[in-house]
Design a protein around this ligand. Structure first.
Ligand code: NAD
Length: 480
């Protein structure tokens, strides 16, 4: 069992109150680690550490800071297999996913932002009699708060741009998945990054997370998590005029037009529904299908879903692992019960699989397909964040657009059609930050990532991240 500590001012330390929180492997329900139950005192110590180091860190050139990012990437790459395994054990996700997505992207995030920052050119605007030079200055102390579904992937997506733009960091990972954040602290410690530049505080969101957001000397909050928590974060940080970025929940539509090439795309549509047991903010949880292909789609989709292998997350062939916790499983199961009350029919799944082995107590849930629900029902409009999709028919394209736009969320959507022009026209009418046509989760790290409505505020990715993690200053100089 792993006794994880905070990382403050270059040292691994317990929380001031010495209290701990247990951490479990959700696939077996075994205790695997303890983490400090940190409080505002620990946040204060981390702020003090940042204050001691921020001047020297901000004075390094971008090239020097980018070299640190490359060193971190190299070291993470050496521990690739360990990261993959730890992420699977801590989250319950299949090892193939941990390797291909979590571990791979964590390394790539550091390399990508190192290259991008090195090659960033400051903008200049010339006037007849003067020149404007725009410079990116560090913001100061950055508070980074991350969820449990993609632990190191999402943490590195914030740490890399925050560091390279010259900020000091206080990171708070989810209390449910602390292990790879600790591994990142180990890597940073081993490499000898200047003390106090990167600090990691573990604990509950409403305790140390809230203390982080409300600390007056923390200038910026980058938050990824649920919409309800995002509201609390915004309410606390906005009156203090902190820079805030909020990446929140979604209820994404998958729109399947009558000319969609189902045979070619069915695997990707299934993947978009159930990747990471449906616990990806971008998963398509509402599938809107043209009525002329509804029956054939249902048959193909059900056949494909029923062949998915569910079980041991560390088995190479597993496609569906466990959910993050039994508590979350209960929430998911309650939505399935609600769907029945709302008039829905379970076409597939809707149960815990029966395991008579180590996984009997694990948070496993069958991939679940629900049909026959009103698109306005709670099941079809609230974020479930599990392996549950609802399927709805449409006739006119305008109807599909209207259904897609009918929730409070606006994160992402996918459109499946052989007519790319029509797909593009529909995409522009969707109230979402991102749309994929004939693909899903196909990521270019330079593009803006984020949502509208209750799915968030601001954009991450590429230069959008570098600008968020800096203060833009315009210097206007009169010509001689
Ligand atoms: P959550 O909101 O419960 O927790 C996220 C983080 O916030 C955790 O570290 C938690 O400890 C912390 N937190 C909780 N209360 C806090 C408070 N009062 N002040 C400060 N921090 C607090 O979310 P979760 O259950 O960990 O993650 C699932 C949610 O995240 C889903 O809604 C999902 O859609 C969303 N998500 C969004 C994106 C995106 O990019 N839009 C990506 C991944 C996950």
């Amino acid at each position: 069992m792993n006794s994880i500590q905070n990382y403050i001012n270059g040292e691994f330390v317990s929380s001031k109150n010495d209290e701990c929180i247990d951490n479990f492997n959700p696939a077996t329900n075994e205790k695997i680690a303890t983490i400090p139950r940190s409080s505002s005192q620990d946040i204060q110590n981390a702020v003090d550490a940042c204050n001691l180091s921020k001047s020297s860190w901000s004075k390094l050139s971008i090239t020097e800071r980018a070299e640190w990012l490359d060193k971190i990437a190299d070291e993470l790459e050496k521990r690739f297999e360990e990261i993959s395994k730890l992420e699977s054990i801590d989250t319950g996700k299949p090892i193939s996913l941990s390797r291909n997505v979590d571990a791979t992207r964590s390394v790539n995030n550091f390399r990508f932002f190192a290259d991008l920052a090195r090659n960033m050119e400051n903008k200049k605007f010339e006037m007849k009699d003067a020149i404007n030079n725009i410079v990116n200055k560090p913001v100061g102390i950055a508070g980074l708060i991350t969820p449990w579904n993609l632990p190191l992937y999402l943490l590195s997506w914030k740490v890399a741009p925050a560091l390279v733009m010259g900020n000091c960091i206080i990171a708070k990972p989810s209390e449910l998945t602390p292990i790879t954040a600790n591994l990142l602290a180990e890597v940073i410690h081993k490499l000898g990054l200047p003390k106090g530049v990167f600090n990691l505080i573990h604990g509950y969101g409403n305790e140390c997370g809230q203390a982080l957001v409300s600390h007056p000397e923390i200038n910026l909050i980058s938050f990824t998590g649920g919409t309800k928590t995002g509201k609390i974060v915004a309410k606390t940080a906005a009156p203090m005029f902190k820079k805030i970025s909020l990446e929140l929940g979604g209820k994404n539509a998958t729109i399947i037009l009558k000319d969609a090439d189902l045979n070619s795309h069915i695997d990707n549509i299934v993947r978009s529904s159930f990747l990471n047991q449906g616990q990806v903010c971008l998963c398509g949880s509402r599938i809107l299908v043209h009525e002329s292909i509804y029956s054939s789609f249902l048959e193909l989709f059900k056949q494909s879903v029923s062949s998915m292998k569910i079980g041991d997350p560390l088995d190479e062939n597993t496609q569906l692992g466990s959910l993050i916790s039994n508590e979350h499983l209960e929430k998911v199961d309650n939505y399935v019960k609600l769907a029945i009350e709302e008039g829905g029919e379970i076409l597939y799944g809707g149960q815990r699989p029966n395991f008579n082995n180590n996984f009997a107590e694990g948070a496993f849930y069958e991939p679940t397909i629900i049909v026959g629900l009103d698109y306005k029902s709670r099941t079809a409009t609230e974020e479930i964040f599990g392996p549950v999709v609802t399927i709805h028919k449409f006739n006119e394209i305008e109807e599909a657009i209207q259904i897609a736009n009918s929730t409070n969320y606006g994160l992402a959507a996918s459109i499946w059609t052989q007519d790319a022009t029509l797909g593009g026209d529909i995409a522009e009418k969707l109230d979402t930050g991102m749309v994929w046509i004939n693909c899903w989760l196909h990521r270019d790290l330079r593009v803006p990532f984020g949502g509208v409505k209750n799915s968030g505020l601001g954009r991450e990715g590429g230069l959008y991240s570098l600008n968020f993690f800096s203060e833009l200053q315009n210097i206007c100089t009169m010509n001689d």
